[in-house]
Design a protein around this ligand. Structure first.
Ligand code: ATP
Ligand code: MG
Length: 357
């Protein structure tokens, strides 16, 4: 068969293989129910300390990019402004309470830069992977960025969810999803995919929700939470009626091109990915590497190797955990993936298995 034809058949095969690859990795209804029970139980207990407190889920259990057995991200919000509780104090109090009242293994980190409480539940027959849960305090931006990600997913779930979910599995299996070990968080990978679909792909697969404003007066472009503008267009019904992509590439094509783009085209040395504003330079952001500055330790030097602007906390580099070695590894993985998907166009399922080995 002609190589071009062979490749076309591979790409079609790849799209359907991606759907079947991701499907069994989604959380079950049962898992969702257990996690909701846990949230509700902890919320009840927290309310005994502060009646105006609410406990909300955020992260992958809410943004539609959740995988089976992923950890729970929870945040305590206190609606009564007169409550006047300090985060570190609250973390300690909730920690003590949960230790007394539940079977969780409780680890409060009240002195961390962002105080959190870590909970774990050992595996059991009902929950073969146990539960791992982080509880933060008053992080309202996390709720908003979770909603932003969910809204992007809702616009084109078949392509957006499949791509993000696959890349998350790939990153976990290839061990490049460890912010504590110099690589990138799931949140970072998700922002990379969205950046690619909004700003790199022409025509774009997704609109820029922080910049479009059909039917909205300009004044509504500013919604301030914790000092940040968290406005984005979240009316999915209107979006469905008024916006449709004229990019019809399949998910398989998009995946191959995503890997190719980050192997060959993206300028890691001087570019910043901004979902809000497109490609920016490190110079404009003031995110140049601190290599020449004396007296800084290795971590400080490595802070801006890979640059991904947070959609709302725009002075924050989501990829600041990525070290020099981490970036080298990441780029090597993008190249390996490109090689596997372009040089061996045999059966797609085999290529995917090889990719995630
Ligand atoms: P996973 O399924 O792997 O747990 P996740 O979507 O929950 O993936 P995480 O990296 O665990 O992603 O992040 C959870 C949430 O925490 C994100 O949705 C975001 O709101 C917030 N978050 C995580 N990392 C950062 C970061 N570096 N900067 C700002 N917010 C972050
Ligand atoms: Mg998570």
């Amino acid at each position: 068969m002609h190589p071009g034809l062979l490749h076309r058949r591979f790409v079609t095969d790849l799209s359907s293989s991606l759907f079947s690859f991701v499907l069994p990795l989604l959380p079950t209804q049962e898992e969702r129910a257990v996690k909701e029970e846990v949230r509700s139980l902890i919320e009840k207990l927290v309310k005994t300390i502060e009646p105006s407190a609410r406990l909300l889920s955020f992260g992958s259990s809410q943004n539609s990019f959740g995988l089976r057995n992923s950890d729970m991200d929870l945040v305590v919000l206190i609606d009564d402004p007169s409550a006047n509780l300090e985060a570190s104090h609250l973390v300690q109090m909730i920690g003590d309470l949960l230790q007394r009242e539940t079977n969780f293994d409780v680890k409060p980190l009240p002195k961390a830069r962002i105080p959190i409480l870590k909970l774990t539940l050992a595996p059991s027959s009902a929950l073969p992977f146990g539960i791992a849960c982080d509880i933060g305090i008053e992080n309202r931006l996390a709720i908003e960025n979770t909603r932003l990600l969910l809204t992007y997913a809702t616009i084109d779930p078949a392509r957006v969810r499949t791509l993000v979910l696959f890349l998350k599995v790939w990153a976990k299996r290839r061990r490049i999803n460890s912010p504590y070990r110099g690589t990138l968080s799931s949140y970072g990978f998700t922002l990379m995919v969205l950046y690619y679909l909004v700003h790199v792909k022409q025509p774009p697969v997704l609109p820029n929700l922080q910049r479009i404003a059909p039917l909205r007066p300009l004044a509504e472009h500013e919604v301030m939470i914790q000092g940040r503008n968290v406005y984005f267009f979240d009316d999915t019904e209107t979006l469905r009626q008024e916006w449709s992509s004229i990019n019809f590439e399949t998910v398989g094509e998009l995946l191959i091109d995503f890997f190719r783009y980050f192997s060959h085209d993206f300028q890691f040395n001087n570019s910043v990915m901004s979902l809000r504003a497109g490609q920016l330079t490190k110079e404009i952001k003031g995110w140049v590497n601190d290599i020449d500055v004396g007296g800084l330790n290795e971590m400080a030097r490595d802070r801006n190797r890979l640059c991904i602007e947070d959609p709302f906390e725009i002075s924050y580099n989501v990829a600041r955990t990525v070290t020099k070695d981490g970036l080298y590894t990441l780029r090597g993985e993008f190249m390996r993936a490109t090689r596997i998907l372009t040089q061996r166009p045999d059966r797609a399922v085999i290529a995917l298995a090889e990719l995630c080995r």
